[in-house]
Design a binder for this molecule. Structure first.
Ligand code: M6R
Length: 364
């Protein structure tokens, strides 16, 4: 059942090229995005003035990426909330808006309650869901299924990756129907999207390097992940993986915010992972890496092939293939998933069933 892999998590990590491929294939037909299965028409997308994204855990981290991509590419203002906050804060929901609930299981109690709140207020809802027929899928006005297949490991990997694809598709189609991008740009984005399965595979092929690094850092006390923009969102997910399955205290910080307090935690040898996939932010994050290095931090730099100047700053550099900047998360997350996985293995922990956690959180 684990297909020859030691754990479901490793199997699911390796299923990502296919999961991503299947999700793209479900909605991109003859070179164009087709949301007829979702019911989301171009008219609905065109009329959207605001999107509220509500989710928990890793699905929330997808929402963070989605906010950057939807605002930058499709010019749709996005607010993002943790479901457990949204449902209790009497949110003001503007007209012509959409509430988008992202959930692998479709059963997360807080996410379901957030969806119901939106329905009570007559705001259209879109569920981005992996489990067919789940509560969130049944109760949403529109359902965009991700095609990750069953995910067993508590730590999500392939569902997260397919949720990212779902949000890229909405952003690309939104940008098109709103007339923000022309046909050529649309085609170029879809063409690049189609290269992701192969590029994810390339990132997976470097796994020994992450295994080696993880065994070296398995006893770390704290790990910090820093980045700006989309790289901050990637950092959040990398950090959660580390806590969830490896029991290493870690924090993700917007790189520019460290100096407002958290930098005092950096000691000699503290591992800091700098995520640098966004061109305009590269130098800015490098300067934050230099700041922590001068306080003794050991630096890992995670960037795309070609950005070799990271080696001037980082002690250990990890490269993933180049892609369109909006899609960078899909590649940069791979080494971070592997790092979490291999630290957990090196510590002899129960990777697929970490303590205190359940696959789907149906309590409030
Ligand atoms: O089923 P959901 O996507 O609604 O679950 C949300 C979170 O509980 C989930 O992403 C959790 O954070 C993962 N275990 C993280 O790997």
């Amino acid at each position: 059942e684990k297909g020859g892999y030691e754990h479901f998590m490793l199997k699911e990590i390796h299923e990502q090229p296919k999961a991503v491929q299947d999700t793209i294939a479900a909605y991109v037909k003859d070179g164009a995005i087709d949301f007829s299965e979702v019911g989301l028409t171009d008219e609905v997308l065109q009329s959207l003035e605001r999107i509220y994204i509500v989710a928990c855990g890793s699905a929330y981290h997808v929402g963070m990426v989605a906010k950057y991509v939807l605002e930058d590419l499709a010019h749709i203002p996005v607010e993002i909330d943790l479901a457990s906050e949204f449902r209790y804060r009497n949110p003001y929901l503007a007209k012509n808006s959409l509430v988008m609930v992202i959930s692998q299981s479709g059963e997360t109690a807080d996410s379901l309650a957030a969806l119901r709140l939106a329905k009570d207020r007559n705001v259209p809802t879109l569920g981005v869901v992996n489990v067919v027929g789940s509560s969130i899928a049944r109760e949403s006005d529109y359902v965009l299924y991700t095609y990750a297949g069953p995910e067993i490991s508590v730590a999500t990997t392939k569902a997260y990756s397919t949720q990212l694809i779902a949000t890229y598709l909405i952003a690309i189609q939104g940008a098109k129907v709103k007339g923000i991008i022309d046909e050529a740009r649309y085609d170029a984005l879809l063409k690049e999207l189609n290269t992701l399965p192969e590029k994810i595979q390339k990132a997976l092929d470097d796994k020994e390097r992450m295994q080696w690094f993880a065994s070296k850092y398995a006893n770390a006390k704290d790990i910090f992940f820093i980045g700006r923009g989309i790289d901050y969102a990637i950092s959040m997910e990398g950090s959660l993986k580390m806590k969830e399955i490896s029991y290493v205290h870690s924090e993700a910080y917007a790189a520019g915010e460290l100096k407002h307090g958290t930098i005092s935690l950096i000691e000699d040898g503290t591992l800091v992972v700098g995520v640098l996939t966004q061109k305009e932010l590269f130098e800015k994050t490098v300067s934050n890496m230099v700041e922590v290095r001068s306080r003794g931090a050991y630096l890992m730099g995670l960037t795309n092939y070609g950005n070799y100047s990271v080696e001037d700053t980082a002690d250990f550099s990890v490269y993933v293939p180049k892609t369109e900047q909006y899609f960078a998360t899909s590649l940069a997350i791979i080494p971070l998933q592997l790092m979490g996985y291999y630290v957990s293995v090196a510590k002899g922990l129960d990777v697929d069933k970490p303590r205190n956690l359940a696959k789907s959180v149906t309590v409030e």
